[in-house]
Design a protein around this ligand. Structure first.
Ligand code: ZN
Length: 80
């Protein structure tokens, strides 16, 4: 039987740096005339200024972990 002898750890650890694509803050706002609309939801716990990440059926605060379900199934997903 093929016994796996010698633990070969696949440690070809090429650390691939994942570049976090810096979201432009301006993309989160929509300026119409004098008023500014926030596109994303803000966290009720962290207060305004802390935007929540959009997911398929929920929005999640990356800071405190607050999750809020979104009933509407229509969530625009940004395709990059
Ligand atoms: Zn939060």
């Amino acid at each position: 039987m093929a016994k796996a002898s010698g633990k070969k750890l696949a440690s070809k650890g090429k650390k691939v740096k994942v570049k976090k694509e810096g979201k432009k803050l301006s993309a989160l706002y929509e300026i119409s005339g004098d008023s500014i609309k926030r596109k994303n939801r803000t966290c009720p716990k962290c207060g305004p200024g802390m935007f929540m990440g959009k997911h398929k059926n929920r929005v999640v605060c990356g800071s405190c972990g607050y999750v809020e379900m979104v009933k509407k199934a229509v969530v625009e997903e940004k395709k990059e």
